[in-house]
Design a protein around this ligand. Structure first.
Ligand SMILES: C[S@@+](CC[C@H](N)C(=O)[O-])C[C@H]1O[C@@H](n2cnc3c(N)ncnc32)[C@H](O)[C@@H]1O
Length: 248
């Protein structure tokens, strides 16, 4: 298979599968098939055992064999990279043991596996030793622009993505220099982002979306409706000003 990086051995494969941003119907056919047929799956959970990716993939998991094995990688709620790296090390070891026994492991990833995805850290620990494959998923950005029914970019327009945890200076620079800016991980930074949107005269161009495609989806196009408190982790801003009306 062309997308697989092969080490030429008879061990199992690690397959990172994007499950999309929330709507279970935004799983690709390929993702659905791989998840339902997998003998072993793996995913990240929080310290309460909750996994967004597993929740999104629930319909495919319901079709899986009853004895499907789950490897949970518990990620501590902390910004301490040492703790995160320890969890990735332990998770990668558990996955490697399965791969060595000749079985594949399907790793569930929210959205796309390699777009701000934790899967990158598992892949980095495994890809030199085992055959790996990545199945692209629909990102939260694609789901957001579809929900707003507004093109992300057209013709000469520029587009950039920033993390809401970046400095004011970096976010402001992005807002001043690009037609479209997506600000990910907006929850904790929401109040700061609202101030930056005003300071850069981009407030009217911005929409805020949380839990896109999930039961508690919220889309706010008039930012005056947003409270000044922090928002949830699964939230983002799309800031978009087209250079000309897009029906021309
Ligand atoms: C670790 S990143 C994962 C991104 C994901 N791999 C993707 O392809 O979209 C998590 C961030 O993605 C955004 N995000 C992911 N899913 C979302 C959703 N359903 N609604 C709103 N934002 C979402 C939020 O900004 C969140 O803080």
């Amino acid at each position: 298979m062309k997308t697989a990086i092969s080490n030429g051995s008879a061990t199992g494969r690690l397959i990172g599968v994007g499950v999309g941003p929330g709507d279970p119907e935004l799983l690709t056919l390929k993702a659905f098939r791989l998840i339902k047929d997998a003998a072993v799956i793996s995913y990240i959970t929080n310290d309460r055992g909750l996994s967004q990716a597993k929740q999104i993939a629930r319909e495919a998991l319901q079709c899986a064999p009853k004895n499907q094995r789950h490897i949970e990688i518990v990620m501590p709620m902390s910004t301490d990279r040492t703790l995160a790296n320890r969890a990735y090390d332990q998770g990668a070891q558990a996955i490697q043991a399965i791969l060595e026994s000749g079985n594949d492991v399907v790793f569930l990833c929210e959205g796309d596996p390699l777009f701000f995805g934790s899967f990158a850290y598992i892949l980095a620990r495994i890809k030199e030793k085992f055959t790996c494959q990545v199945v692209a998923g629909i990102t939260s950005i694609n789901a957001a622009s579809a929900a707003l029914m507004d093109p992300l970019t057209l013709q000469q327009e520029t587009f950039t993505v920033v993390n809401g945890r970046q400095s004011d200076q970096l976010i402001e620079q992005a807002l001043r220099h690009h037609d479209t800016v997506v600000i990910m991980k907006a929850g904790q930074a929401r109040t700061r982002i609202l101030a930056l949107l005003k300071a850069t005269n981009r407030y009217q161009d911005a929409s805020y979306l949380e839990y896109i495609g999930r039961e508690n989806e919220r889309i706010v196009t008039d930012l005056d409706q947003l409270g000044i408190e922090a928002g949830p982790y699964f939230s983002l801003f799309i800031v978009c000003r087209h250079q000309r009306p897009f029906f021309t």
